[in-house]
Design a protein around this ligand. Structure first.
Ligand code: NDP
Ligand code: MG
Length: 388
C-alpha cells in the first residue's frame, strides 16, 4: 500500500487525482485530503477514500466539516497551519494541487519528509524555484511535473542527456480569445475569459490561459524545473492542444509528446512513475484528427509572454513578484475592478516599481524573503490598479 495525500483535492486537478485513486482503492492508503470552500466534496471523498485527516483552509468552515465527518473516525482540521501540518505527515506520494502561492508552504513541508511531490502547483516553482528544488535535493525528495507540458518534456527526456537538449518548445492553445480582435479583448468579461476551448480546468488557470499568463508561468516553470537557459525555451500556438510539448536535441531531432487533453494522463504518469500503467484516457485517432496546426504567438496580443522573458532574465525575486502581482491582478479582474488587458499593465507596473526600488535582484532564496516579495507585489498591484 502506498501512502498518498492530495492537497487541493476538491479542485479540478484534485478531482482527477481522486478519480484515479478511486479506481484502485486497494493500492493506496490515503493520509490527507485538503480543500477550501467545497466542504461537501471534501467530506465525501474523505469518507470514500477512508482518509486519515481532512483539512479545509478556511477556519470558519471547520464546524461544517466536523459535522459532515462526525462518527467516521476521520480527523478534521482547518487553516493554513493545519494544511502545513498535514503536509508534514509521512506519505510516499503527495499531489500538490492547491491553486496559487498558497501551495508553496505545504509543498516544502512535504519535500522535507523526502516524499515524491507531484507538482501541479506551478506557482510554487515560479515564486520560489531555487528554494523548492533545493529543499527536494537536501531531503532526497523527488519533484515530478504534473503540468501537461512539463510532464511531456519530462517524458521526452527519459534516457536522454540534458546537455544534448538545444531547445524546449511549450505549446499553447491560445486560450479563449485566440481568434478575437484585440479591441474586443479589451472589453472581455470574466464569463468570456472563463471558458477554455480545449481543457476543463479551474477558473483561475482558465482565465490565465486566455491572457497567456498561464503560458508565461509555464516558461518560467520550464527554466526552474529543467535548469535550461531562457533562450532555450520557446512557445508556439497550437490550437488543437494535442502536442503538449517538444524537446529539440543537438542532432536536429524534435521529440513531441502527443495525447488527448486529459490531465489524468500527466497525473497518472506521476502517480505510477517510474513505471507506466494503463490509464483511462482516450486513445487518439490520428486519421480522424487529420491535421495539427501551429502559429507564432503574437506579442501584442499576449504581453504576458514578454514579461515572462524579463522575469527569467532578472531571476532573484522577479518570479515571486511576477506571480504575486499576477494573482492580485487576477483577483481584481474577477472582482471587476480592472479590465482584462489591464492585468498585464498592472503586473508590468509592479515589476518596474520593485526593480526601481532594488527589490527584484535579491538572490536570497529563503521563505521569508520570497514571501516578503510576494506580499509587496500584491500591495503595489492593488495601488496601481487605481491608476490603469
Ligand atoms: P481549482 O481552482 O479547480 O482547485 C484549487 C484547489 O485548491 C481546490 O481544492 C480549492 O479548494 C483549493 N484552494 C483554493 N484556495 C486555497 C488556499 N488559499 N489554500 C488552500 N487551498 C486552496 O484549481 P485547478 O485544479 O485548476 O489548479 C490547481 C493547480 O494546478 C494550479 O496551480 C494550476 O495552475 C495547476 N494546473 C491545473 C491544471 C488543470 O487542468 N486544472 C493543469 C495544469 C496545472 P475549494 O475548491 O474547496 O475552495
Ligand atoms: Mg499547462
Amino acid at each position: 500500500m502506498r501512502r498518498v495525500s492530495i492537497f487541493g483535492a476538491t479542485g479540478s486537478i484534485g478531482q482527477n487525482t481522486v478519480d484515479l485513486i478511486k479506481r484502485a482503492p486497494d493500492d493506496y492508503d490515503v493520509v490527507a485530503l485538503t480543500g477550501g470552500g467545497n466542504i461537501a466534496q471534501l467530506a465525501r471523498d474523505a469518507k470514500d477514500l477512508r482518509a486519515e485527516v481532512a483539512v479545509t483552509c478556511y477556519p470558519e468552515k471547520l464546524p461544517q466539516l466536523r459535522a459532515a465527518l462526525a462518527g467516521t473516525g476521520i480527523e478534521v482540521a482547518a487553516g493554513d497551519a493545519a494544511i502545513a501540518e498535514a503536509a508534514a505527515r509521512p506519505a510516499d506520494w503527495v499531489m500538490s494541487a492547491i491553486v496559487g502561492a498558497a501551495g508553496l508552504v505545504p509543498g516544502l513541508e512535504a519535500l522535507k519528509q523526502g516524499t515524491t511531490l507531484a507538482l501541479a502547483n506551478k506557482e510554487s516553482l515560479v515564486t520560489a524555484g531555487p528554494l523548492l528544488m533545493g529543499t527536494a535535493r537536501t531531503h532526497g525528495a523527488t519533484v515530478l511535473p504534473v503540468d501537461s507540458e512539463h510532464s511531456a518534456v519530462f517524458q521526452g527526456l527519459i534516457g536522454e542527456d540534458i546537455a544534448a537538449v538545444e531547445r524546449i518548445i511549450i505549446t499553447a492553445s491560445g486560450g479563449a480569445f485566440r481568434d478575437w480582435p484585440l479591441e474586443a479583448i479589451a472589453s472581455a468579461t470574466v464569463a468570456d475569459a472563463s471558458s477554455h476551448p480545449n481543457w476543463d480546468m479551474g477558473q483561475r488557470i482558465t482565465i490565465d490561459s486566455a491572457s497567456m499568463f498561464n503560458k508565461s508561468l509555464e516558461l518560467i516553470e520550464t527554466k526552474e524545473f529543467f535548469g535550461v537557459k531562457p533562450d532555450q525555451i520557446e512557445t508556439v500556438v497550437h490550437p488543437e492542444s494535442l502536442i503538449h510539448a517538444l524537446v529539440g536535441f543537438n542532432d536536429g531531432a524534435l521529440m513531441a509528446h502527443v495525447g488527448p487533453p486529459d490531465m489524468r494522463h500527466a497525473i497518472g504518469f506521476a502517480l505510477h512513475w517510474p513505471e507506466r500503467k494503463h490509464l483511462p484516457v482516450d486513445r487518439l485517432d490520428l486519421a480522424a484528427i487529420a491535421q495539427l496546426t501551429f502559429r507564432a504567438p503574437d506579442d501584442a496580443r499576449y504581453p504576458a509572454l514578454r514579461l515572462a522573458r524579463d522575469v527569467m532574465e532578472i531571476g532573484g525575486m522577479a518570479g515571486a513578484a511576477f506571480n504575486g502581482a499576477k494573482e492580485k491582478a487576477l483577483d481584481l479582474f474577477i472582482g471587476e475592478k480592472i479590465g482584462f488587458l489591464e492585468m498585464a499593465q498592472v503586473v508590468e507596473g509592479v515589476l518596474n516599481r520593485m526593480d526601481q526600488q532594488n527589490c527584484l535582484r535579491n538572490a536570497a532564496t529563503d521563505l521569508d524573503t520570497v514571501q516578503a516579495a510576494d506580499h509587496m507585489a500584491r500591495k503595489i498591484a492593488q495601488e496601481l490598479s487605481a491608476t490603469v
